[in-house]
Design a protein around this ligand. Structure first.
Ligand SMILES: Nc1ncnc2c1ncn2[C@@H]1O[C@H](COP(=O)(O)OP(=O)(O)O)[C@@H](O)[C@H]1O
Ligand SMILES: [Mg+2]
Length: 308
């Protein structure tokens, strides 16, 4: 498992970044909608692929926003994550190259996936569907980073994503109520970790949509750092109209406006992420006496129960 440390100097923009071995699988989760999950998934993946790393974005949101941003077709009925998660099709059968983005692939989501939460209910080991597909895909596929974009809920699709990953990246919007709901997310991650995927850790938090004009944004950023310490990337993604325009053109911010603040921020955030894969000095992240950052106020649940 990659160790996570913020002590190393991030690789410089333009460098070829180090490839993690084995590949890193990150789930981008937050049950709140509109916090920057999809934007972060596609732009981090694009930044990694621009620096010599092979990235796969798995779109697990029936809305298919990540597929749209990567210009990957995802009309209802076309091969998609629905076939993988519900029908048991091999992941490799639905992975396609993202146009004009060398090194970047996408497993698209169609609206069919909306039925998965219900269709999976009677299925045996329904929480393991994605993990199984991804494990067998990674046996032969040449990928350095798998980034899974989740829907805005904590249902079976998000649980599948958490079971399939080693790391969770939580985007946090620099706005009021940002921390509200995070305890529920952390609780779910704890349940998955205890019951289904002991490897799982919250490795990374990314502050998004930061507006320097508001004092509130600073207060939220400070609060998140107080709770999650070194797991919060130093880089903060600014609120930027250019970032929100890019998906409408089927582009990432890196190709839409490479010189913009938003593009530079995502590249810098990705560089920090990539640096964490090669840290020589792992930091103790699980709660314990060695911890050098304040403890999150979230507590491990006494009782664990997942989906009945
Ligand atoms: N840093 C940003 N600045 C401005 N708009 C942003 C930024 N990040 C995301 N957005 C926009 O906010 C909306 C929600 O972002 P999105 O990534 O889709 O969130 P989620 O996937 O969590 O629902 C989208 O319209 C997106 O283009
Ligand atoms: Mg989204």
């Amino acid at each position: 498992m990659p160790s996570v440390s913020r002590e190393t100097t991030p690789p410089q923009v333009g460098d070829r970044w180090p490839a993690p071995v084995p590949p890193r699988v990150l789930t981008i989760a937050n049950q709140k909608g509109g916090v920057g999950k999809t934007t972060s998934a596609v732009n981090l993946a694009a930044a990694l692929s621009q620096h010599g790393l092979r990235a796969l974005v798995i779109d697990l949101d029936p809305q298919g926003n990540a597929s749209t941003a990567l210009a990957v077709p995802h009309a209802a009925g076309s091969p998609s994550m629905y076939d993988v998660v519900v029908k048991g099709k091999p992941l490799g059968d639905v992975v396609v190259a993202a146009p004009d983005l060398p090194g970047l692939c996408c497993a698209p989501a169609t609206i069919d996936l909306a039925g998965a939460e219900i269709e999976l209910v009677p299925v045996v080991a329904r929480e393991m569907r994605l993990r199984k597909a991804l494990t067998s895909y990674l046996r032969t596929a040449e990928v350095d980073y798998v980034i899974i974009d989740c829907p805005p809920s904590l249902g079976l699709l998000t649980v599948n994503a958490l079971v399939a990953a080693q790391e969770v990246l939580i985007p946090v919007q620099c706005e009021y109520y940002a921390l509200e709901g995070l305890s529920q997310l952390v609780h779910t991650i704890d349940l998955v970790q205890t019951e289904l995927n002991p490897e799982l850790e919250i490795s990374t938090l990314l502050l998004t949509m930061y507006d320097a004009r508001t004092k509130l944004a600073d207060a939220v950023a400070e609060d998140v750092r107080a709770h999650f310490g070194r797991r919060v990337l130093d880089t903060i993604i600014p609120r930027s109209v250019r970032i929100s325009e890019a998906p409408g053109f089927g582009q990432t911010i890196l190709s839409y406006d490479p010189g913009s603040r938003g593009a530079r921020a995502y590249v810098q955030a990705a560089a920090e992420l990539a640096a964490a894969a090669v840290s020589p000095a792992p930091v103790q992240l699980s709660p314990g006496p060695q911890r050098d950052t304040p403890e999150p106020r979230f507590h491990r649940p006494q009782e664990v129960q997942l989906h009945g």
